[in-house]
Design a protein around this ligand. Sequence first.
Ligand SMILES: Cc1cc2nc3c(=O)[nH]c(=O)nc-3n(C[C@H](O)[C@H](O)[C@H](O)COP(=O)(O)O)c2cc1C
Length: 337
Amino acid sequence: MVNLQCKYLGLDLKNPLIVGSSGLTDSVKLIRQLEENGAGAVVLKSLFEEEILLELKANMSRMTSESFLYPETVEYYEEHDTIRESTDHYLELIRQSRKAANLPVIASINCMTASQWTYFPKLIQEAGADALELNLFILPSDFKRTAAENEKLYFDIIKEIRQSIQIPIALKVSFYFSNLAAFLKKLSETGIQGLVLFNRFYNPDIDIDKLEVVSSQVMSHPADISLSLRWIAIMAGKVNCDLAATTGIHDGAAMIKQILAGAKAVEVASALYINGPEYIQNMLSELQQWMESKGYSSIDEFRGLMSQGMSQNAAAYERVQFMRYFRGFQKPNFFND
Ligand SMILES: Cc1cc2nc3c(=O)[nH]c(=O)nc-3n(C[C@H](O)[C@H](O)[C@H](O)COP(=O)(O)O)c2cc1C
């Protein structure tokens, strides 16, 4: 009999498929639906630091000059007042989903400073969240800031939040760091319980007819898995916390690859947007059938088997300009040489 149970952030999950933070997890009804279809856990849609600050702004006495809000952010929320997530509503979502569903509920905050909003995680903990995922990203596009200044912010934020809560903290990060392996390792040594590799961002594109900057593809593609797969494999066994994989996990096989690389769990969004909540069952039965075909009875038996540390071909994760693959690549027949 195959057992899909696993531990992530110290939490007991009935399987390693977590529904990633997104609009799929912004109501109790949706969370129940995800649970009924077998989700191992959910990460709630993120509350933005700006949304917490805006509530403070409404109560100016609690806000100091350290709390920075881009004027565009204030304008956006003033124009779209109904879109703004209220902090009360977010806490209620945590309370209600903990009551209505029997799976770990991980709250999520999207943040980029260690300023005034940091009182809020304590309320998240009190509302009953099982863990907190911080979606933390500072685009390194400021010519005047050094890499060290940008990176320090991550440690400042973790320090601040760790002082205020006891529930596990996971950090969802990008790959935009000058020395990625060393930086991820250093983050893992701050007392956080998990690193989620890697976040997928809103990216710009250009409409060449209208000459406008527009949003590029919001959903990921299965080929997008390769970046996080490489880095999960490289970091597995080298960090002091759990690793979860996200981006480009579109089927059971992709989930198996990430676990083989060393992930404790995977966070999935696009594949469920595209295929619906029932698709969780397909992904899990693919995992189960594969385990049966290989004779594995638990996830622990194969997790990390293909990580860089355990693999027979460790160099394959390192070489990014592999002569053998590029030179030997066959040209299609319509090129006559
Ligand atoms: C429509 C949509 C909304 C998302 N909203 C959030 C969010 O609020 N917070 C967050 O941390 N990630 C958010 N994400 C990112 C997902 O949680 C996930 O990490 C990312 O999409 C990569 O996984 P995927 O390839 O399965 O989509 C969102 C993704 C999508 C597609």
